[in-house]
Design a protein around this ligand. Structure first.
Ligand code: NAD
Length: 305
């Protein structure tokens, strides 16, 4: 049984790169976790290797859950899982249940889903995350929570099992807007850093040394600290977050920009770089492979001593 919060059973839909370690944190915290994934074998493996149960249908999962978490690739899929087809979460949702939509989704779609959940007697908040697979594993994600304050209060014990901070961003959908804008900033930092390494290498600087200097100086950012040596200079390109998901996040950020009438020329450039990287390397490439597009444009490859 869970230690706190009054919830014992948490349904978790989408045990992929992020969902698996997040759901594992919930098991560790003492929640009764019910998992679902369209790749049935992955849900079964989770139960075998971590614990919990894998009900046969989404309806059954919802019937047995006080809280249902969605951690899925896109809002279109979230909508399908919650509301569409022969089998869905709404078909079994308990009165008073809380849906926590943790995917990086489209705010306007999530707002519509929240209205539908409210009409069925439940409540939906959005709580997308930042920190990637490493922080999902340690339960130290940064969680951006949007929605009714009392509902977020109730969800905090569940969220705290997966994250080290729950940052309240405002009304439902605001967490996802914030998440997309965060990834826009993060991608811009990555691209300008790689461009600097390419310039420096041509000048005669070593990209590894440059990374160390940036990290000791004011040019540091999350990519210089946690991605350049680990995934780019090592040529491993295996950070665990795909180009397709990043491209989706940037398109959401630009959509929010358009909807709010905000001129965003730099954002548009960053987005075009990712669209180009995706068409060159494919949606399943690791997002750190966007460095290879910069290399192609520069006509040289980064090599660290
Ligand atoms: P993923 O593709 O590894 O996992 C998604 C899971 O959902 C898969 O296991 C897939 O089989 C399952 N799924 C797909 N359709 C389904 C359906 N209809 N019903 C049930 N399960 C279904 O993706 P991920 O990297 O874990 O990302 C999940 C979400 O988290 C995305 O919105 C992503 O943008 C966001 N995110 C990812 C990272 C990261 O570093 N990977 C970081 C922050 C946020």
């Amino acid at each position: 049984m869970a230690q706190s919060g009054g919830f014992s059973s948490v349904g978790f839909v989408g045990v992929g790169n992020m969902g698996w370690p997040m759901a594992a944190c919930l098991v560790k915290a003492g929640f009764n976790v019910l998992v679902n994934d369209s790749r049935r074998e992955v849900a079964n493996n989770f139960v075998q290797q971590v614990g919990g149960a894998a009900p046969d249908s989404l309806r059954q999962l919802a019937e047995a859950s006080d809280v249902v978490i969605t951690m899925l690739p896109t809002s279109t899929i979230v909508q399908r899982v919650l509301a569409e087809g022969d089998d869905n979460i709404f078909a079994g949702m308990k009165p008073g249940a809380i849906i926590i939509e943790m995917s990086s989704g489209v705010p306007s779609v999530t707002q519509r889903l929240a209205e539908q959940v409210a009409a069925l007697g439940g409540a939906l908040i959005d709580a997308p995350v930042s920190g990637g697979v490493p922080r999902a594993k340690t339960g130290e994600l940064a969680i951006m929570a949007g929605g009714d304050a009392a509902t977020i209060d109730k969800a905090v014990p569940v969220l705290s099992a997966m994250g080290s901070s729950v940052l309240r961003t405002g009304a439902v959908g605001s967490g996802q807007a914030m998440k997309a804008l965060n990834n826009l900033v993060s991608t811009g930092g990555f691209l300008i850093g790689i461009e600097a390494l390419l310039i420096g290498q041509r000048f005669g600087l070593d990209p590894g040394v440059m990374t160390d200097v940036l990290n000791a100086a004011t040019g540091m950012n999350n990519s210089t600290q946690k991605k350049f040596r680990q995934f780019v200079l090592s040529r491993k390109f295996n950070a665990g977050f795909t180009m397709g998901l990043l491209a989706k996040d940037l398109s959401i950020a630009l959509q929010v920009g358009r909807e709010t009438g905000t001129a965003a020329p730099l954002s548009a450039l960053v987005n075009e770089m990712i669209v180009s990287a995706q068409s060159r390397f494919g949606p399943d490439a690791d997002h750190t492979e966007m460095a290879k597009l910069c290399e192609l444009l520069a006509g040289s490859e980064l090599e660290a001593d």
